[in-house]
Design a protein around this ligand. Structure first.
Ligand code: HEC
Length: 105
């Protein structure tokens, strides 16, 4: 029993550092990253800039999900975003909206 406790502490701290780094979901890499990056503009605004826009906005995740699904222009004055990026499904869009919402602390 004594040897189990330090292992549990290590495992718990791995979980905590994992959430702090929040890796981008796989769907983002294949369906969004040709136009978006974490911290720089490509064809669209950076995910960090989007996260800052939605910081403190009630229902931010749902609003982003709706915008990602329908695509179009959202006032960034870039070009229009294609609906669902490069074909993301509803679960992937939800996952990405949650990831983006969690970026700006
Ligand atoms: C072909 C390029 C392209 C792809 C692929 C793309 N986007 Fe975009 N996205 C854009 C552009 C351009 C804008 C900014 C539109 C404007 O000027 O208002 C944008 C804006 C956004 C916004 C901001 C919405 C708002 O309310 O301000 C979010 C969130 C977003 N994209 C998420 C995603 C996600 C998630 C994916 C992948 C599923 C994705 N995008 C794929 C081009 C793209």
């Amino acid at each position: 029993m004594k040897s189990i406790i330090p292992c549990m502490i290590v495992a718990a701290s791995l979980v905590i550092s994992g959430t702090a780094l929040a890796a981008e979901p796989a769907a983002g890499k294949s369906k969004c990253n040709m136009c978006h990056a974490l911290d720089k503009k490509i064809v669209g605004p950076s995910f960090m800039d989007i996260s800052k826009k939605y910081k403190g906005v009630p229902g931010a995740v749902a609003k982003m999900e709706a915008n990602i699904t329908k695509g179009g222009a959202f006032g960034w004055k870039f070009t229009n975003m294609p609906p669902r990026g490069m074909g993301a499904n509803n679960a992937e869009i939800k996952e990405m909206a949650e990831y983006i919402a969690g970026l700006a602390k």
